[in-house]
Design a protein around this ligand. Structure first.
Ligand SMILES: Cc1c2[nH]c(c1CCC(=O)O)Cc1[nH]c(c(CCC(=O)O)c1C)Cc1[nH]c(c(CCC(=O)O)c1C)Cc1[nH]c(c(C)c1CCC(=O)O)C2
Length: 349
């Protein structure tokens, strides 16, 4: 399945616009609570503590690769790890998500948010190096949160349905908003750069909550900062960049402008529509997606049909990486994931 070196792997080739037969597959949140071996090894260790412990990061990242035979590993970490590394007082609360002790809402708050330097995350580079050595020809995907999604956690103080304080800041004090996002672009870009310099073969920039924005707001207040974050990798254009957000059907062509090779498609948009929209706007990019994670709970017959359809639809794209339209849900049966991977690997054109 995998060829000699990660930069020649099906995932990297598909990301650079060379269709693969069968297409490569991995799953967002493939590591995590759906796996009993993950629940076991995480017992007694806080999430953020686990993310900073190379033995745990290495083992947890490899668990889904061993079990499911996916075509890539995704680095086990969290989008808030670099924020904690620069000194933000935050925690990941089980069942809730990241919670920030002192939200950032004023200029004085922003002044307390420093830039990220590599010496603050030596363990991240160490974990990536170990993983790359273990994975051999299989690529490791590094990742970071995009400025808007990180800003939402920092401004709201935690997960938010409506992002009201974030949007109030964006519109009420655009200068402060842009300065905050510029700082987050540095942090996010540096976190990606550390992973790539340590050997990651591809990256994904998660702008998970960008789908909450209008196109106008996205273009005026967000796009340039995501582009800046990714520009930290401009000296390594051979490392493909994937950009994903939930509910971003209306933003796909805008997100493609951030300097990306692959646009992640969530399950609310039909893959052919996403491919057409991107092509009509002149973007020669690959697509990733877009099986509904809830379909993994359906009987095999409709699930198989959906997987076959997505693989067939993806053949019209400039490269297709099969994935879910968002992360694996914690109560998913891992055997179903393994069976889906086997099916995809059997689907030759
Ligand atoms: C928005 C976001 C976060 N973190 C992340 C995003 C972007 C991706 C997305 O849109 O889902 C990114 C992330 N977080 C995690 C990964 C690991 C790699 C992988 O995908 O396998 C990745 C890529 C591990 C994690 N990150 C988290 C867990 C669960 C914590 C645990 O297992 O105890 C994992 C495995 C915690 C976390 N961290 C965050 C949330 C919303 C949660 C869930 C809280 C909960 O439901 O308990 C913030």
């Amino acid at each position: 399945m995998t060829s000699a070196a990660p930069d020649q792997s099906p995932l990297v080739r598909a990301a650079h616009g060379e269709p693969q037969d069968p297409p490569p597959v991995w799953f967002m949140r493939q590591a995590g609570r759906s796996l009993p071996e993950y629940r076991e090894i995480r017992e007694g260790t806080q999430m953020l503590q686990a993310c900073r412990t190379p033995d745990l990061v290495t083992e947890i990242t490899l668990q889904p690769v061993r079990r499911h035979g996916v075509d890539a590993a995704i680095f086990f970490s969290d989008i808030v790890v670099p924020l904690q590394a620069v000194g933000v007082d935050l925690d990941i609360v089980p069942g809730t998500g990241p919670v920030v002790a002192d939200p950032i809402r004023t200029r004085a708050d922003l002044d307390r948010l420093p830039e990220l330097t590599p010496d603050q995350v030596p363990d991240i580079a160490e974990s990536v190096r170990r993983l790359v050595a273990e994975l051999g020809p299989r690529p490791l995907i590094g990742f970071a949160g995009a400025p808007f999604t990180l800003a939402s956690y920092l401004v709201e103080g935690g997960p938010s349905r409506n992002h009201e304080r974030t949007k109030a800041l964006m519109h009420g004090d655009p200068q402060l908003w842009h300065d905050l996002c510029a700082r987050l672009a540095q942090i996010s870009g540096e976190f990606l750069r550390v992973q790539v310099e340590a050997g990651a073969s591809a990256v994904q920039l998660f702008d998970s909550w960008a789908g909450a924005l209008s196109r106008a707001d996205y273009r005026e207040h967000v796009l340039a900062h995501s582009r800046t974050a990714l520009s930290a990798l401009d000296h390594r254009r051979e490392v493909p960049r994937i950009h994903f957000g939930v509910g971003t059907g209306e933003l796909l062509t805008d997100m493609a402008e951030a300097g990306v090779d692959v646009v992640g498609v969530d399950y609310r948009v039909a893959l052919p529509d996403a491919i057409d929209r991107l092509a009509a706007a002149g973007h020669r990019v690959a697509v990733q997606g877009n099986l509904d994670p809830a379909l993994l709970f359906a009987p095999w017959a409709p699930l198989e049909q959906a997987v076959r359809r997505i693989v067939a639809e993806g053949r019209a794209a400039h490269g297709h990486i099969v994935n879910l339209g968002h992360g694996v849900l914690p109560s998913t049966d891992p055997d179903v994931i393994t069976r889906v991977v086997e099916l995809i690997h059997s689907l030759h054109d």
